[in-house]
Structures are given as C-alpha cells and as structure tokens.
Write a protein that binds this ligand. Sequence first.
Ligand code: ATP
Ligand code: MG
Length: 510
Amino acid sequence: MTEPLISIRHISKRFPGVVALQDMSFDVTRGECHAVMGENGAGKSTLMKILSGVQPDFEGELVLRGQAIRFADTRAAEAAGISMIHQELNLVEGLSAAANVFLGREKRTRFGFLDDREMERATAILLEQLECQIPPQTLVGTLRVGDQQLVEIAKALSLETEILIMDEPTSALTESEVARLYRVLAKLRERGVTILYISHKMEEVFRLADRITVLRDGQFVRTLDKSNTTAKQIAHLMVGREIESIELGAKRQIGDVVLETRGLSLPWSGHARQWRLQDISFQLRRGEVLGIAGLMGAGRTELLECLFGCSPESPTGDILLRGELVRFQHPAEAKAAGLALVTEDRKRLGLFSHFSVGRNISLCHLSEMAAGGVFVNGETERIQCEAAVAKLRVKTAGLDSAITSLSGGNQQKTIIGRWLLTEPSVLLLDDPTRGVDVGAKAEIYRLIHDLCRDGIAAIVTSSELPELLILCDRILVLCEGRLTGEFTRDQFTEQAIMEAATQRTPHLHN
Ligand SMILES: Nc1ncnc2c1ncn2[C@@H]1O[C@H](COP(=O)(O)OP(=O)(O)OP(=O)(O)O)[C@@H](O)[C@H]1O
Ligand SMILES: [Mg+2]
C-alpha cells in the first residue's frame, strides 16, 4: 500500500445550529481523481474549504504526505500545493483577468511598480492553455460566468498546484466548454496533479473519477471504486432512498398563447456579430414548458433578459403579452405584468447576501404584501416563507439564518422559492437546477410541472440537455443568437438538438 497523499481523520465542523461535518475520515491517493458526492448541504464544500485553508477552524486532523498539518489560511494551503476552484466564484470583478490571476502575488518591475505587461503576458499563456479566447486585460466583472471560471482555473495553474480541488466546476459551463475543461483536466493529470472533484452530475463523475466518496448529512458514507459501482448505487447512497424516475412532459393541457415575440433582436454594440439575438419569433402557451437549448454564448440568457426587461441594450421587434404589445424598461414592470425570472448567476443578480434566508424569499413579494395600504405582515410573511422552505426542502437552521450560510444548492432553491411566492403567470428559469442535487432536481422538475399544469407558462434554459428532454413540451434551439431549430416532444433527440445548436444557417423543422 502506498501512503495516502491526504488523510482526513475524524474531522468535524459545527456552525451555529448546524453540524456540517461529523467525524469524517477517508483517504485521497496521489495522482487520482477523487470525486466527492452528496446532497445539497451534505458538507462537501465545507470539507474542501478545510482542505484548502479557507476554513482553518475545525476538529480532527488533516494529514498531508504523512504529516499532520493545519493551514492558517489559503496562502498556507497554496504553499503546500493545494488550490481550490470555488463553487461561488471568488474573483474581484473590478480587476482584469490578469490582476485576478496574480492577486496577492503581483509581479513587479525592478523599480517596484506593478508589472502589468508581464502579468498579462503570463495570463495570456495560461488562458491559451485553457483554450480561452478573452484578452487578459478584460475586466472580470464584464465576463459571463463560464469565462470567469476559466480565469479562476488559470489562477490555480499559475500556482503550479499539486492538488486541485474543484467545487462543481462545470455547473456554469455548456457542452463545448465542458469538453474543453475535460481536456485541461486530462493534461493536469498527465502532470501528476491529484484532483478532488465535487459534482452533482453522475455522467461526469463516472467519466472523470477513479474513486467516488459519498457524504450524507455531514457524515462519510462510503468510498467506491468507479469500476465497482453504478450511478444508481451512488444516488441511493447519497439520498438514502430511491429516487422516482420522472417523465413529465406531454401530461399538461396546453392553452392559449400567453407570450409571443415577433422579430425580436438584441443589438450588440461594438461587437463584430452586431446582434446578440437576431429575429427571434416564437409563441408560448398557457400550461406549456418551453425549453431553450444552445451552447454557451448562443443567447439563451439574453433572450430571457429581453423578455424580463433587463437586457444589456434595448431590443427591437415586438413582445406581446396576452396579445398586447409590451416594452418593459425595468424588471419591476415585467414583474408587475406577471413575469418572474430565476437567474443563472445567483451571486451577481439573484441573492441579497446581507439578508436572511427569509428576507431573500419574501423580498419580491414584500411590495405586494405591503401594497394597498396593508403593512408588511410579519406573520403572513413567515408562514409563506416557511411553506416555500418546506416545499423545496431548503436545508437551513431557520429563516433568520444568513443566506450566505446556506450551501450552494440550497441558495439556488431559495431563489426559486422566492419567485414562486410572487405567483407569476410566466416563469422564466435560467438554468434553474445548476448545482442542485439529484433528489432536489426531481423536486424542482415536479414543481415546474405542477405550476404549468395549474396554468402558468414556463421558459426554461439548461446546460444539461437531458434535463430539457424530461421537462419540456417543446424545445427551441439557439445558435449564435438565431433560432436554428424547433422540436416538439415526439421529435426530441439529443443528437438532433445538438446538431441544431452547432449549425450556423437557420433551418427550422416545422
Ligand atoms: N458559514 C456558514 N455558516 C453557517 N452554516 C454553514 C456555513 N457554511 C456551511 N454551512 C452549513 O453547513 C452545511 C454543509 O454545507 P456545505 O456548503 O458544505 O454543503 P455542500 O455539500 O457543499 O452542498 P451543495 O451541494 O448545496 O453545495 C449546510 O447545512 C450549510 O448550511
Ligand atoms: Mg457546495
């Protein structure tokens, strides 16, 4: 037996009201890709934060290369060769990609000034290894989540990391970017880098990992060799029960047209392509779940933003709501007209990080409860929030907990809960199950299905195509801002949709 690279020994971590980890022990072998799986709130991120020095305060012992070790901070962990790519990206939005890569260890000229040129040069090389096209001077805040993540990976690469911890790295990426990340990971493994990989995606875990450790409720359940287990067994170990397999589309009554776009286009100032979206026409009917498929950058998020009145520029063309022309200048107007948007990037747009869980849920609803001269009724608010938390099984110590104390997946569920309280007639969901565990995914699908069966209409985007196939009545495909395909349920195949998502000339089926 070779000595383990990392031994986690009897580690426990408590937060007020929550036991995040309880007497956790397992080993990581040098050079392996070790996946860590478990439901939202199982303790995966907490454990990795301990390993990477983010969380210096814990009980138990961490043994690295045979020596007991305790990191005071991330710097100490990085010096020992451990870097972590966080679930909630950890970049300074007002700085360039290069400045972020070298944050805290800036390169200087021999006169002591910041050597931007050198940092940009080095960053450009790293980004190129990651097949990332952005110039190193680009402000990180202007990048989409997918590119921001590549900047974080570039940062870890620049530290010549020996142990790379990745917390749901593909949750913000689409197929082509995921393929690119897999290539990068393969290169790192050739160099002997050990990878600890958190993911909710079975397919990816089975592709990448040598071994899989399952956690449940802060406890170690089992470590399995990939070759000796199945996705079904892992899912079962994760949730401790069978998960129902669901087939939801085609069981809904589809009614009248609620929302329609005619020739909707979104300009793209100063960009060679000129249009983020071009000539998009479609209809959405009551009771319908309409999927929007497409690769990263195809315009999925932009389309939802146009509909919700929060696009980066004003769209041209028409949007009709129940037959009436509308032009929302602000999300508040869209909301008042009965629309709701669950956003993709919860850190930037979705959450109010200084508010409690309860406030984050009731936020959109407050103005309604307070409208018409009625003051905010604390009791009503509490009852409704509790219902939302229970319905989505948000794991929290209570409504008064800080939203930032929730695990990533539970934050996402909180946002969904918030919008459901506004009782929208059109629900727009941008990658709603990103980072959500298998059990909770099924709950969210069920919820969307139930809402649409009761007469609302939904538009859903997803970076996981199989998810759209389960959920939707119809799927539109975007490629480079244009509609390149439309599929009804009987025409759904992954291959046909992927073909439409990668073709450049518009070609409609019906
Ligand atoms: N800073 C904190 N303060 C209070 N509680 C916390 C804090 N960080 C984590 N927790 C709690 O610890 C538990 C484990 O959280 P953790 O983030 O490790 O889960 P996770 O397995 O990564 O889940 P997910 O899949 O949703 O990301 C959760 O109940 C969470 O609410
Ligand atoms: Mg997590």
